[in-house]
Design a protein around this ligand. Structure first.
Ligand SMILES: Nc1nc2c(c(=O)[nH]1)N[C@H]1C(S)=C(S)[C@@H](COP(=O)(O)OP(=O)(O)OC[C@H]3O[C@@H](n4cnc5c(=O)[nH]c(N)nc54)[C@H](O)[C@@H]3O)O[C@H]1N2
Ligand SMILES: Nc1nc2c(c(=O)[nH]1)N[C@H]1C(S)=C(S)[C@@H](COP(=O)(O)OP(=O)(O)OC[C@H]3O[C@@H](n4cnc5c(=O)[nH]c(N)nc54)[C@H](O)[C@@H]3O)O[C@H]1N2
Ligand SMILES: [Mo]
Length: 679
């Protein structure tokens, strides 16, 4: 028997991007473990990814190209696909795309997100292919662009504290993050701080497992974080807890925001946020007087109409008290801006030539698939190529998404590991390799180490890496540019413009970026002036932006649908990935809606019964959990189940909407009113 250990990286869309070691015996991966030497991973993987071999060798892996033979959207899904050769599949796909491109290249739309975060399998040969084709561009907004644009407007980029320094903080505000579920390796550092005497405060409408383990939980109403930040500023001003020197030298625009914040008394703030004025006062006091104070902001709080403004307001707080002066003070939302990633070398935008194709926003794919040709919209969408994403399950307002995907005149190709809800509605499903079967290089949005993923095993069945599928399609389309012959290793070597050499990655598995310890102790934000932009060009000074849907901001709608619904991830799934891994689905049990006992009593509902969660857009069915994890007035619909593995073929996105956030053109999944009845 031969046994080897291969260096790998977790591919999933998670801030932790763990370094892994894969044990391979006689060509079969038998174990994945966390790399004990990689500081953020510290030898530990989450429950999901420690089951990665179960996913790779899953009996239902798509291992051969499949072609649809039956109608789209048939309920039982039976007998709709037959196995075909790669030659037949790619030949037919190239011919269909070629025919559409000859008329309207923009009628072809790529649809991908972060099913893998790898720079090769996620954003390299695929982009080259669509750039050369002249296809529509895709605005990849579904997760983080409200917060990302807010950071860019404030700090000049997606930059923040080092993960490891949270271990030395004395106050950690965990804001819009269920760290134990979705940022586990941050939690390790927060616990170290806690043992050393730090106070942990969780700000979240849901009483999560993370909130359980913090000293304090502030259960504000969804979408009111901007108001809370303004209320904290009010207290910092009236108690003179400001670091005037830091504000003077390293920020610009404070006087106008100061005026605005003075109107946000603790009482007004408390009323908007649905908390007490004392909670506002005490939080401000803790934040201003405990040093060093750190905020771990996460994307959960920006999935509402005002998410961008709220992130701007919160990102200003550490400047007002000079928290950045200490390396264990400041804020982290995303670290991805620290990486010297060479997007141009990977994606070759120059292949577009003089063409400037339209951009389709992935978050409104429901509406866009149902749009006819028009001057404003451009040509009707005739073809979709989906990879690294499962839009039929994860995109908002799924009744419209499904209606779009079942269009008979839509040609859909899906590159996948499994027959997801999206693959079920494809014309062709192409088998893609998993992380154990291909080469990749990775950055992270939660730490500051680049990583390599070496292939551990040969591709299963006839699966191919995304890069290879696009390489072969490019050849069939007659694209002759030399870049279409680049190997994965050639692209990996070009992925970083400095600091990270491929050879070093190969040797060590990961490379730490050379960054200052306390990056903004003396200002030096990556903005043109080096200052934190409180007043940002074109945006002005941030303000609280109320939800599209809430009892306060849409009282008329709230008469019909009085409950606010948020739909954060289930701990044992990764968005919709892993829902089909039985051992993980067994832990989650079934789709759940958490409701506070007063709301349940008012509706005569009992825990354990099947309910319909509904509004003017659709109806989701799941089991009710009467639970202290829900606050009054807010229900938590844990996501994101595959529709076909949920109840009555529905999931939580039946009721979410396609209206976009104030910045970043992102969906507002957690800005949603519903009501609930027994089935
Ligand atoms: N186990 C697991 N880990 C994951 C994922 C997963 O699906 N499962 N998903 C990954 C992905 S793609 C991402 S983007 C991240 C997501 O992780 P986060 O960025 O942490 O975002 P969410 O999990 O959406 O929400 C975090 C918390 O915010 C709360 N929240 C909801 N609305 C509000 C609000 O208005 N204000 C405040 N203050 N809090 C609010 C939710 O109740 C939730 O507990 O995690 C990644 N990691
Ligand atoms: N209601 C509600 N909806 C949400 C959210 C929410 O909190 N609430 N969260 C939102 C967020 S934060 C995000 S990021 C999105 C995520 O939405 P998606 O980006 O669609 O993520 P997943 O659901 O994990 O689906 C990723 C798919 O990519 C496939 N995949 C993985 N690796 C590869 C590969 O190498 N090649 C190919 N071809 N395929 C691969 C996986 O099998 C999986 O089916 O969902 C959003 N939707
Ligand atoms: Mo995400």
């Amino acid at each position: 028997m031969t046994s080897i250990t291969v260096r790998a990286a977790c591919p999933h869309d998670c801030p932790d991007t763990c370094a892994m070691r894969v044990t391979v015996e006689d060509g079969r991966a038998i174990r994945v473990q966390g790399d004990p030497d990689h500081p953020p991973t510290h030898g530990a993987l989450c429950t999901k990814v420690s089951r990665y071999t179960e996913r790779t060798y899953h009996a239902e892996r798509v291992l051969y190209p499949m072609k649809r033979i039956g109608p789209k959207g048939k309920k039982d899904g039976s007998g709709q696909f037959v196995r075909v050769s790669w030659q037949e599949a790619l030949g037919d796909i190239a011919a269909r795309l070629g025919e559409i491109a000859a008329r309207h290249p923009e009628a072809i739309v790529p649809y991908s997100y972060a099913g893998t975060m790898g720079l090769l399998q996620g954003e390299s040969m695929d982009r080259r292919f669509f750039h050369k084709l002249g296809a529509s561009l895709l605005d990849r907004t579904i997760c983080a662009s409200a917060g990302g644009d807010a950071l860019a407007a404030t700090y000049g980029g997606k930059v923040g504290m080092h993960l490891e320094h949270y271990a030395e903080s004395k106050l950690i505000v965990i804001w819009g993050s269920n760290s134990i579920a979705s940022n586990l390796h941050f939690w390790t550092f927060a616990q170290k701080a806690k043992r050393d005497g730090a106070k942990l405060i969780c700000i979240d409408p849901r009483k999560t497992e993370t909130a359980d383990k913090c000293h304090q939980h502030i259960a504000l109403l969804p979408g009111t974080d901007g108001a809370l930040a303004l209320g904290l500023m009010h207290e910092l001003i009236v108690n003179d807890w400001l670091d005037h020197d830091y504000i003077e030298r390293h920020t610009q625009g404070w006087p106008a925001l100061r005026e605005r914040a003075l109107a946000w008394t603790p009482e007004r703030t408390a009323e908007v946020c649905g908390i007490s004025a004392d909670e506002v006062r005490q939080l401000a006091r803790d934040y201003a007087t405990t040093k060093p104070a750190a905020i771990r902001l996460n994307y959960g709080m920006q999935r509402v109409r005002g998410g961008g403004n709220a992130v701007r307001l919160i990102a200003i707080l550490p400047c007002l008290i000079g928290a950045w002066r200490h390396r264990a003070g400041g804020l982290l939302l995303s670290a991805s801006g620290w990486f010297p990633r060479d997007g141009k070398a990977l994606q070759k935008p120059e292949l577009m030539g003089r063409r400037r194709p339209r951009t389709i926003n992935m978050s409104t794919i429901g509406n866009d698939l149902l749009s006819e040709s028009s001057v404003a919209f451009g040509p009707k969408i005739e073809a979709l190529v989906v990879y690294n994403s499962n839009p039929v399950a994860v995109a908002p307002e799924s009744p419209k998404v499904v209606k779009g995907f079942v269009r008979d005149d839509l040609f859909t190709v899906v590159l996948e590991h499994f027959m997801t809800d999206t693959a079920d509605l494809a014309d062709y499903v192409l088998p893609a390799t998993t992380q154990l079967e291909h080469l990749d290089v990775h950055t992270s949005y939660g730490h500051t180490y680049a990583l390599i993923n070496e292939p551990a095993i040969a591709p299963l069945g006839e699966a191919k890496p995304n890069t290879q599928i696009f390489r072969e399609l490019a050849a069939l389309m007659g694209f002759t540019e030399a870049c279409f012959s680049d190997s994965d290793e050639t692209m990996a070597r070009a992925a970083f413009s400095q600091h990270v050499s491929f050879d070093a990655l190969r040797e060590h598995g990961w490379v730490k970026l050379p960054l200052p310890d306390a990056p903004f102790a003396e200002g030096g934000f990556p903005t043109p002036s080096g200052q934190c932009m409180i007043d940002s060009p074109g945006l002005g000074v941030p303000d609280h932006v109320p939800n599209y849907e809430s009892v306060r901001s849409s009282p008329e709608l709230a008469r019909s649908y009085p409950l606010a619904m948020i739909s954060p991830p289930a701990r044992n799934f990764l968005n919709s990935t892993f829902v089909n891994v039985k051992s993980l689905r067994d832990i989650e049990g079934e789709p759940l809606l958490e409701m506070h006992e007063t709301d349940a009593a008012a509706r005569g509902l009992r825990g354990g019964e099947l309910v319909r969660v509904f509004n003017q857009r659709g109806e989701y069915r799941c089991k009710l959990a009467v639970s202290p994890r829900a606050r009054p007035g807010v229900v938590n619909g844990l996501g994101v189940w595959w529709r076909k593995l949920g109840v009555a073929g529905t999931n939580v996105n039946e009721v979410t909407h396609q209206q976009l956030t104030d910045l970043g053109r992102a969906p507002s999944f957690y800005d949603c009113l519903v009501d609930v009845q027994a089935v």
